[in-house]
Design a protein around this ligand. Sequence first.
Ligand SMILES: *Cc1c(COP(=O)(O)O)cnc(C)c1O
Ligand code: SF4
Length: 276
Amino acid sequence: MEDPLDEELLSPVPGLIHRYPDRVVWLVSSVCAVYCRFCMRKRRVGCTEATGTGTRQAALAYIANHPEIRDVILSGGDPLLLEDDALEEILSGLRRIPHVEIIRIGTRTTVTLPERITTGLCRMLKKFHPIYVNTHFNHPKEITAASARACARLADAGIPLGNQTVLLKGINDDPQVMKRLMQLLLKIRVKPYYLHQMDLVRGTAHFRTSIDRGLQIMEGLRGHTSGLASPYYAIDLEGGKGKVPLLPEYVRRDDDSLLIRSYRGEVVRYRDVEKS
Ligand SMILES: *Cc1c(COP(=O)(O)O)cnc(C)c1O
Ligand code: SF4
């Protein structure tokens, strides 16, 4: 499908996706440093579209008029392909809205254009804390000296860094590769956040893996390496129903108790409190 998550239907004003009660995604840029073949938003990424001042004012007005929105996620495209001034205007617009508690920026420039993370950019971002940055590394080979330096600059500016990985057949659908990626991310102060099951976007089917493979990869992380290295393995439900975390089967019910499997495969009985 072009838009399996119904993002266009969930868009109250151009560029905003309002799917969850307390947060919105704001597509502030439609360009990227590199165009990924597996992109879930390829219907609009790389296309020219109206992201001028008028559209921005409309988005800001929507957020200002919806006091339930406490979390704004800047996405695109890549928000860091905007120039510092344009980005600063967006951030200061958001910071004038008292109910916006946190701002997140999703960017792949830490990988694809690490020189974009300048000290000037970090100095500017710091003024708008709390800011969170989510990066997008898919393979240990993407962690280079340059991308490590970019992440260090952001972390030194007090920005907590997370990472979203897309599970890609033939690229990272291997427990050893994934474990190494997660460990190396922690080394550059990036906390693994999501491992995304591929969305059903036209032109990306050859990258899809089975859910079982994804669960096997998750099994290979939990217990076998730092708990910090385990992201949520999430599937984004069709029709914009939201992200749901998937876990390997660790727990089975057995009357009044639970049979719980350890990472080594031992099954341990756990007595639950009695139902009243
Ligand atoms: C992923 C996503 C979010 C953020 O989800 P979190 O679980 O809070 O990180 C918000 N809105 C949309 C439309 C999303 O796709
Ligand atoms: S950087 Fe992100 S938004 Fe841009 S093409 Fe790649 S996956 Fe899509």
